[in-house]
Design a protein around this ligand. Sequence first.
Ligand code: ZN
Length: 405
Amino acid sequence: MQENDNLPENDHRIIGQKLDLFSVNESTGAGLPLFHPNGAMLFRLIEQYITDKLLKSGYHLAKTPHIYKAGVWKKSGHEAKFKENMFYTESEGQKFAIKPMNCPGHIYIYKHKSHSYRDLPIRLAEFGTVYRNELSGNLTGLTRVRTITQDDAHIFCTESQIESEVINMINFFIETYNEFGLSIDTIELSTMPKKHIGDIESWNKAEELLEKALKKNKTTYKVNPGDGAFYGPKIDFHVKDVLGRSWQLGTIQVDFNLPERFKLFYIDEKNEKKQVTMLHRAMLGAVERFMAILIENCNGAFPLWLAPVQVRIINMNDTLIEYSEGIEKKFRDAGFRVDSDYRLESVGKKVREASLMKIPYVIVIGDKEKDAGTLAVRSRGDKPKFGVKFDNLIKDMKKEVESKK
Ligand SMILES: [Zn+2]
């Protein structure tokens, strides 16, 4: 049986197939989705948007490899707590692990030079792809995968900076979810789990600091005992989609343990060495899973700013191809993602196919439009409009992109 048999129409796997976003191939492996041009574009749009927002908020970029030497994972404690979910490989008698998390790479970037209290906080962000060995029977579409791209970031700061950093993150997360058409369902403070590293005092301190930030920000939350990460407590964000379903997405974690294990310091005002604090945070969680939620949330009809193809140009007959290509170029030059359908098919069929692909704007070029220098425009859910001036349409479309509606 194919994975997509018997699925409801609004499942992201069905929509993903119809819109040609991604596929999972038995030859390359279950849980390892292949993103097609439309899906890869959607992925890039999300990444670019979040990255631009992070850069405006004082983050810096990091980029780290997919594998690290196995010893690093022993030192970080991942191997002890996480081994059954890790993939390993070997070269020249040296054992490597494919990274299940990005933290150690960012730790060694911080450690590469010494830091003064004046440098802090240092915020390192990376869309880091990690790999986790889930049982093949549990793998589905984009929601349960073995390759996970996290919108990951680590903040290295002093203890007194934790509160303002956490408050900034909470508000940043809520604002971004709203921009993607999602709203907060619940926010949870998850405390020390059974499998953990570090002493009770540092756990208590970290939990207190997170709680203080939540209270100061007047954020409504509940406590979720025993659900923290193995190295520290966390704030978890559950969001609601338009169908009323709740999804756990973002997480903010305070960590005193990895800075101790990796000896991460800064020089304080008195010229003394002090241990730095580390905050781990991911807002979308796994981008793959976030895409599945987005796809189902809008039933494949992405808002204009996120549509992989925003405009399709359709010609009425072959003599209009050259003119249509000129129109296509004008949209591209105006900054829009545009494609075309110049096949020898009926206009009706080509318009129908574009509407099945849920392309926001379909422009039909006939002799009339060419002679008048205007456009016939079909936008999703609207009646066709004739005699539209190019400049007016571009102005309206730019407003629509801006509004994120
Ligand atoms: Zn981390």
